[in-house]
Design a binder for this molecule. Structure first.
Ligand SMILES: [Zn+2]
Ligand SMILES: [Zn+2]
Length: 451
């Protein structure tokens, strides 16, 4: 059983005193708190490297945390270990005579499955096992939601009374497509000007769909996709960690939870990636391709991977114009050629069995989407052809696009195809929806979200 430390839960009686230690003393960042009403618990998440601490406060006297504090006083409440397959982990523990609080997994936060191990079998520590959300869809028509049941208020049995507590945002969301596994990851969020995101669409129309902040920016996701077939591939790699302060501010980059956390959540390390595939080389897609080492030298972020880029895109990125220069940052791609890990492809080729690229043009001249097929099912990573679910209408095209009339043609053709053939579409920049099916209702395009 491979287990990764997800978080450590700490029962806190005096929050201010706890903050004085964890935040002011240790200098850790404390996230906004989350209240878990059904469990009468408030959780303050404190990221610490790949894992986190969770400061748990009782919000009512009958809260399990209040009972815990009465019995044992403040301190370590539980540790949570993430496993790939919680059912087989529980079987293995049962065979060894380990005492479990839950002998079957139960629904936890955000579609995860959890089960507690009794402290009497775990050296006095309450151990929670967690399997991150899994959504399996058997038929193309079926929604993939079946496996991701809503959190339940079901209480743990046994005298050791405890509850699962809500953790932070879901970092890795997975489903299977035939024999291929797809895992949507997050590299956090960023913000772009709402006007630029919707091109010619007047603000009174787009602001109703995506309200801007005071600086007229809208919040966008960064969602690279892992494709696991005969090899393990990542499509795009987020915005990365090389942006200077000024641009972090301008683009409102929020990477409190980023690609490293998401990969860990998916049970993957950088070394597991065989192929990195670029939709195009803009900084919000290729930023995570490279990273500075401890000497400040730029290196490929995935040391074992071959990086695959379309030749036309590579050429355009290396000969930017005044219009494109701010989006093509050489630090994201030049080191790949230097390290000898770059592979340029010319056409709509198959990258690995079941995965091929298709040029869309429009956004950049050689922008491409990725089509994934297995056992009669098709998923498409459309990248900036359809950045969010707010871009379904024909004319809602980004002002950033270099060839908007080409975008329009590619989009209209893709929409027909996606609706007819029931493609599962991945939205790289949607702040909430990672993937869904596009359909039509009352003459309007809609997305039935799956992830
Ligand atoms: Zn782009
Ligand atoms: Zn983009």
């Amino acid at each position: 059983m491979k287990a990764i430390l997800d978080h450590v839960g700490i029962a806190v009686r005096d929050l201010q005193a706890a903050l004085a230690f964890f935040r002011d003393g240790l200098g850790l960042e404390v996230h906004a708190s989350e209240e878990v009403g059904s469990q009468r618990v408030r959780a303050h998440v404190v990221p610490a490297g790949e894992s986190a601490l969770e400061l748990l406060e009782a919000t009512a006297p009958e809260s399990p945390i209040a009972r815990y504090l009465d019995k044992r006083g403040p301190g370590l409440h539980h540790i949570t270990l993430r496993v790939q397959d919680i059912a087989s982990a529980l079987d293995q523990l049962k065979r060894r005579g380990i005492r479990l609080i839950d002998d079957q997994p139960r629904p936890g936060a955000e579609g995860s499955l959890v089960a507690f191990i009794h402290p009497s079998s775990a050296h006095g520590v309450l151990v929670e096992l967690k399997q991150a959300a899994a959504a399996l869809f058997e038929s193309r028509a079926a929604s993939g939601r079946s496996a991701a049941s809503p959190p339940s208020a079901h209480a743990a049995s046994a005298s050791f009374s405890t509850q699962d507590v809500v953790t932070t945002l879901q970092l890795a969301r997975r489903l299977t497509l035939g024999s291929i596994e797809l895992i949507s990851l997050t590299d956090g969020f960023f913000r772009l000007d709402g006007g630029a995101m919707f091109g010619i669409v007047p603000k009174p129309l787009w602001e109703r769909v995506t309200p801007p902040d005071q600086r007229n920016r809208i919040r966008l996701g960064l969602r690279p996709l892992i494709v696991r077939g005969v090899r393990t591939m990542i499509i795009d790699a987020g915005i990365g960690d090389k942006m200077p302060e000024k641009l972090i501010d301008i683009y409102g980059i929020d990477r409190e939870r980023h690609l490293d956390h998401a990969l860990a959540d998916a049970g993957l390390a950088a070394d597991d990636i065989d192929i990195v595939l670029a939709s195009h080389l803009h900084f919000d897609h290729a930023g995570g391709f490279t990273r500075r080492d401890e000497h400040g030298i730029l290196r490929p972020r995935f040391p074992r991977a071959q990086y695959i880029v379309r030749r036309g895109e590579w050429d355009d990125a290396n000969a930017p114009t005044a219009r494109t220069r701010a989006s093509y940052l050489p630090e994201n791609f030049a080191p790949l050629a230097e390290a000898g890990v770059l592979q340029l492809v010319d056409d709509d080729v198959t990258i690995m069995p079941g995965v091929r690229v298709r040029r869309t043009g429009g956004h950049t001249r050689h922008h491409q989407m990725v089509v994934i097929e297995s056992e009669g099912q098709t998923a498409v990573f459309v990248a900036d052809l359809l950045p969010t679910t707010a871009h379904l209408s024909d004319a809602w095209i980004m002002g950033f696009d270099l060839y908007p009339t080409d975008t329009l043609k590619a989009k209209q053709a893709f929409m027909r195809e996606a609706i007819e053939r029931k493609y599962l579409v991945f939205f790289e920049h949607d702040p909430a929806v990672a993937a869904g099916y596009i359909g039509e209702r009352d003459g309007k395009r809609v997305v039935e979200s799956v992830l």
